[in-house]
Design a protein. Structure first.
Length: 72
């Protein structure tokens, strides 16, 4: 029997475009999950136990990546 993963999509509109956050896993307590955050050409992937903390960490890393890209 195949187990199908469920995906949750969160869209955040901002002035520069649309931030897309894909959330996989976190089905049961203590289960691993993965969060993908993307804005235009920038993508970040974070793996963690806590859904909310992992989403915040992915957004923080995406912000750092965009700030470093702007400085270059």
């Amino acid at each position: 029997m195949k187990r199908f993963e469920q995906m949750e999509l969160i869209l955040l509109p901002i002035e520069q475009g649309l931030i897309k956050i894909y959330v996989y896993g976190f089905n049961s307590k203590g289960a691993w999950g993965r969060v993908y955050a993307e804005l235009n050409e920038s993508n970040i992937s974070i793996k963690g136990y806590h859904r909310k903390k992992t989403i915040i960490k992915a957004l923080s890393k995406l912000n750092e990546k965009l700030l470093n890209k702007a400085d270059s």
